[in-house]
Design a protein around this ligand. Structure first.
Ligand code: ZN
Length: 303
């Protein structure tokens, strides 16, 4: 049975400082901060959600700025998402070269499957790419949304099987040691790329690494069916987690990467109107009684 995963929902990374993260993703890259909340599992740490105007699934990058909490720097390697790519219009790459240069961000240029891209690091050393993909027909507002994530794997065999036999992806391209897969159901940010790196050391989670990638699934019913199927396959899957803006399950694919399946709804307008998304600190109901203490302990930021 193949499930209808609708491409990427969001990418979540462990990062360093809150202010520099905001300045980079909202300021320099021009993404909208669509939600300012706390890590639902640690209320002393912000959880920033960046995306398009309404925070559509497939456009979302989220960060936990862990500076000052004793989290070590991560090690980049296999069993990890080592690159997060955003889709831009091919004609906008000149604009981005200039913009990154002026901000002192060093980049390098490559091409992949015929598309030009520029690669650079965020302030926490996360590797990012802007891929000029003119076939991407999302509303062009500089960054259109996520394009793909790259999974670095020592042995990709079982991961490819899971993605193609269960999660509704198909292999659409191969270039050197890289495989490109695409979600069958048209969604935004529909690609996962697998980099086969047999000799690379395993990655270790920490600051400057991607924590997980979330794939979009349309309904809670479909999510429940997927969960049963993954359990039947012998994978460990978390119970349903209420993330307020979507409902989630998490599992580790055979190559070691943590994957979330997140529902499309209810979305970021569930607790504030679209006009003012991201302006105020939003908390889940169970944290509201602790609001004054939480606000006192979070680092101060200017946005
Ligand atoms: Zn997530």
């Amino acid at each position: 049975m193949r499930h209808r995963l609708m491409g990427l929902h969001h990418v979540t990374a462990t990062v360093d400082g809150a202010q520099e993260d905001l300045d980079f993703y909202a300021g320099l890259l021009g993404l909208r901060l669509v939600k300012k909340t706390v890590n639902f599992d640690n209320n002393k740490v912000y959880h920033f959600y960046y995306g398009d105007e309404r925070g559509a699934p497939g456009t979302i990058m989220t960060t936990f700025p862990y500076r000052g909490h004793g989290v070590r720097d991560g090690v980049k390697g296999t069993g990890q998402i080592t690159v997060t790519s955003f889709a831009v219009a091919g004609s906008s790459l000149d604009f981005w070269r200039k913009r990154l240069s002026e901000a002192g961000v060093r980049y390098k240029e490559e091409s992949r499957f015929g598309d030009p891209l520029i690669a650079f690091d965020d302030p926490s050393t996360l590797r990012l790419e802007l891929i000029g993909d003119d076939e991407d027909d999302r509303v062009p507002n500089a960054i259109k949304g996520l394009g793909s994530v790259t999974l670095s794997l020592a042995d990709p065999t079982e991961t490819i099987s899971l993605l193609t036999d269960v999660l509704g992806f198909s292999v659409v391209g191969e270039e050197a040691n890289r495989l490109r897969l695409e979600a069958d159901v048209a969604g935004t940010g529909g690609r996962i790329e697998i980099l086969h790196e047999a000799d690379r050391e395993p990655g270790i989670n920490g600051i400057g690494t991607v924590h997980h990638v979330a794939l979009a699934i349309s309904t809670e019913d479909e999510q429940a069916t997927l969960r049963e199927h993954l359990l039947d396959l012998g994978l460990q899957v978390t119970p349903f987690r209420d993330r307020k803006y979507f409902r989630s399950i998490y599992f580790r694919e055979p190559g070691g990467v943590l994957i979330e399946a997140a529902t499309i709804g209810p979305g970021f307008t569930v607790d504030e109107p679209i006009e003012t998304l991201g302006r105020e600190l939003r908390l889940p109901e169970w944290e509201e009684p602790n609001r004054s203490e939480i606000e006192r302990e979070l680092p101060s930021i200017v946005y």
